[in-house]
Write a protein that binds this ligand. Structure first.
Ligand code: GLA
Length: 400
């Protein structure tokens, strides 16, 4: 993100903290949002994924308190919470809304590290909420790195990621895989992150920002089915794994099976479950090829896998929609576009296109025209670049 944007967000946090709490935050932290280049819906099946932290994310200004109160504010939304730490149980509550993410993290510090003091925090971000760029994981990770720093718990980035993932699964109740929290907590400048989710193990893979940029294309279609549809896919993959174990062979994760296993299990699998499993198994081949292309800095080669990944998520995995298909097709027909696919869970929201630097205006103009003609809706566009990774913002780093 540019220095003026960062500076504006940090200023807004200070203004809100002064207004609502009567004092400024004592420390500031940042955690990035992410895109996923390849490996769609593989994380919760123990497959490989290739996310990349982007130059957008969530900031928090925090001040620990000496008592058991937690006060949360956001500069973007009017939601505000004052909660007693003794009221924070094992699960979030509907009325806490997005506050469930930071409260889940606080709860983990309380149960795992004996933290009992509360804190005042103001959040600000430039990741569009519910866009598929993982604002929720960034809120969890930024809260965890802030509490880790103020309480001196000495957690490593992978422990932060794992804690944030547990909070989302157990406290918030979304059955997501580990990708988003790992991407946010382990993101580094100039690197994508290859995560072998079955371990988990991970490695950074260089990504050249001078060769490739990411254009986010917003269909403006609400991701209505995102939570229920997502949980249904998790369930179908669990069923596929059980059937494969019973009828073919016993492997630890669905992503570990191959096409022959699937063929052997075909008579025992309902059609929908078979299609979901076919996506998982074929996507493992695409991510291997995509990572190999990225290691060669062959962005056209990576783009081919990204296009194929979109097709498989649309047909076999059934998490796309007409708007996402039209917007990605329109992008693919432009010169200088390496590949395009839906991002995040799908079911509406945004798609990404990998583009050669300097092509943004032409691509956006063409895609907008096609999309308007088809749906009578003006899509949104936003250019992202590879981001910096999380951390504390020291004095004077605000970008003034
Ligand atoms: C959401 C989930 C991730 C992952 C993606 C699909 O973003 O939070 O864990 O499953 O969908 O790839």
């Amino acid at each position: 993100m540019t220095a003026p944007v960062r500076s504006r967000l940090l200023d807004a946090i200070e203004v809100r903290a002064q207004r609502d709490f009567g004092q400024l935050p004592s420390r500031f932290f940042f955690a990035p949002g992410r895109i996923n280049l390849c490996g769609a819906h593989l994380d919760y099946s123990g497959g490989d994924v290739l996310p990349m932290a982007v130059d957008r994310g969530i900031f928090v200004g925090i001040r620990p308190r000496g008592d058991g109160r937690i006060r949360l504010r956001s500069v973007d939304q009017e939601l505000a919470f004052d909660v007693r730490t003794t009221d924070v149980g094992d699960r979030t509550r509907e009325e806490w809304g997005w506050g469930g993410y930071p409260l889940g993290i606080w709860r983990a510090f309380a149960t795992e590290y004996g933290v009992d003091q509360g804190f005042d925090a103001v959040y600000a971000g430039d990741v569009p909420i519910a866009s598929g760029l993982s604002s929720s994981a960034a809120i969890e990770v930024v809260t965890a790195i802030a509490l880790n720093a103020v309480h001196g718990t000495g957690l490593e980035p992978e422990q932060i990621a794992a804690m944030a993932h547990r909070a989302e699964n157990d406290f918030v109740g979304v059955r997501c895989g580990i990708m988003d929290q790992y991407a946010s907590a382990l993101g580094r400048p100039g690197q994508a992150l290859l995560v072998h989710c079955a371990g988990p193990r991970w490695e950074h893979v260089p990504f050249d920002p001078a060769a490739c940029e990411v254009l986010v294309m917003d269909t403006r279609k609400p991701r209505k089915l995102a939570t229920s549809g997502f949980n249904r896919r998790v369930e179908e993959c669990r069923e596929a794994h059980e059937l494969l174990r019973k009828h073919v062979r016993d492997l630890s994760h669905l992503a570990a099976y191959d096409a022959d296993d699937l063929a052997a299990c075909r008579p025992h699998m309902p059609e929908a479950v078979h299609l979901r499993a076919r996506h998982v198994v074929s996507e493992m081949g695409r991510i291997a090829a995509g990572v190999a292309a990225l290691r060669r800095h062959d962005y056209a080669g990576l783009g081919m896998q990204i296009d194929a990944s979109h097709r498989s998520t649309a047909t076999d995995y059934a998490v796309s929609c007409e708007e996402l298909d039209v917007i990605t097709d329109a992008a693919r027909s432009c010169e200088g576009v390496y590949g395009a696919r839906l991002t995040g869970a799908g079911f509406g929201g945004c798609a990404i296109a990998l583009i050669a630097p300097g092509r943004r205006e032409q691509v956006a103009a063409h895609v907008a025209e096609v999309f308007r003609r088809r749906f009578d809706v003006e899509p949104g566009f936003d250019l992202l670049r590879i981001g910096e990774g999380p951390g504390e913002i020291g004095p004077g780093e605000g970008g003034e």
